[in-house]
Design a protein around this ligand. Structure first.
Ligand code: RRO
Length: 316
């Protein structure tokens, strides 16, 4: 059987698979189901300091090739997820997890990062710079100066392992500029991509949008996202300093999808829309399918093929 183990920074994981933040990680019931699944790790829902109800429903819809959501950052508040994380690490100290934070203001991000810094949490913290769904709050990751200012501020005091969740970028100049900024910080990883922000879908039976918030605009995930995820993982893997690893998220439905993101450079792979539809039993299936794909190519470990995407010879 192929080895699916991986590392992010100093953390070891039995396999490369985990949930994407926001999917199956809202409350203790869902988090415990992830703990008991065959995922190699898990992340908690992006938190704000105070509990939030999020946007009005319906705020998620399944589409033919994925999903659209405008959840609006519903979450139980940082303390709830920190309590879970501390209990988890006491009971399962060899299974490190991720905590995601997504303050609506820099002050809120500072307050949450300070709380995590002062706590006994010994896992990874993810700063979500790419929530597309809060009315009136543009995504920080599309504002390069603001991203730099936020990271400058957080790294003034934060000493624990930190990663950032990025929105998708679509121009090579954006990859260059963002990577040059990220390379200035002691980040452990970047996670790319969040959903394709502010897409829209029409229900042909009644000429109406399919979700209620923001007039139907919402983040697109699933198969629609896979080529963009592959490109973003590849582009950042090529540009980031070796100390900053890449977690790949977007369009994972089968073992070949996982394999492709690793080929583009991902050290760990997160599952969103397909986990939402299939539930945590998906991880056992993805593990089997990834192992079979690796075996078919004669690979024994993730490092045997990570980043080994082949390109065609350039023409003269
Ligand atoms: O809660 C959401 O609406 C949400 C968030 Br915070 C995010 O980062 N990505 C997304 O697709 N939805």
């Amino acid at each position: 059987m192929a080895q699916l183990a991986t590392t992010i920074g100093a953390f070891h994981f039995d396999n490369v698979l985990m949930n994407a933040s926001g999917v199956h990680c809202y409350d203790l019931t869902q988090l415990h189901e992830l703990e008991q699944s065959e995922a190699g790790s898990l992340t908690t829902k992006s938190a704000t300091s105070a509990k939030r109800l999020g946007n009005p429903e319906p705020r998620y819809a399944k589409l033919a090739l994925g999903s659209i959501n405008s959840m609006g950052l519903p979450n139980e508040g940082l303390d709830y997820y920190l309590d879970f994380a501390l209990t988890h690490q006491q009971q399962l100290p060899d299974q490190p997890i991720f905590m995601s934070i997504a303050g609506l203001t820099l002050e809120d991000n500072i307050a949450m990062a300070q709380k995590i810094e002062a706590s006994d949490f010994a896992g990874l913290t993810e700063l979500n710079l790419s929530c597309p769904n809060v009315p009136g709050k543009p995504q920080v990751g599309y504002d390069f100066d603001r991203t730099k200012y936020v990271l400058d501020t957080i790294f003034e005091f934060f000493t624990k392992p930190l990663g950032v969740k990025l929105p998708p970028y679509f121009d090579l100049a954006q990859f260059d500029e963002m990577a040059a900024i990220l390379n200035q910080y002691p980040l452990v990883y970047v996670n790319t991509i969040n959903s394709l922000g502010n897409g829209l879908w029409v229900d042909p039976t009644d000429d109406t949008v399919v979700i209620k918030p923001k007039g139907g605009f919402g983040g697109i995930g699933g198969q629609y996202a896979k080529p963009i995820a592959l490109a973003n993982v590849r582009a950042f893997s090529q540009r980031l300093k070796p100390e900053i690893q890449v977690i790949g998220t977007g369009g994972i439905y089968n073992g070949r999808d996982v394999y492709d993101l690793i080929l583009c450079g991902a050290s760990m792979v997160q599952v969103g829309s397909a986990l939402y539809e299939e539930g945590p039993s998906i991880f056992a299936r993805l593990k089997q399918e990834l192992a079979a794909e690796m075996q078919a190519h004669g690979y024994h470990s993730i490092e045997d093929f990570r980043g080994k995407l082949k390109i065609m010879d350039a023409e003269a």
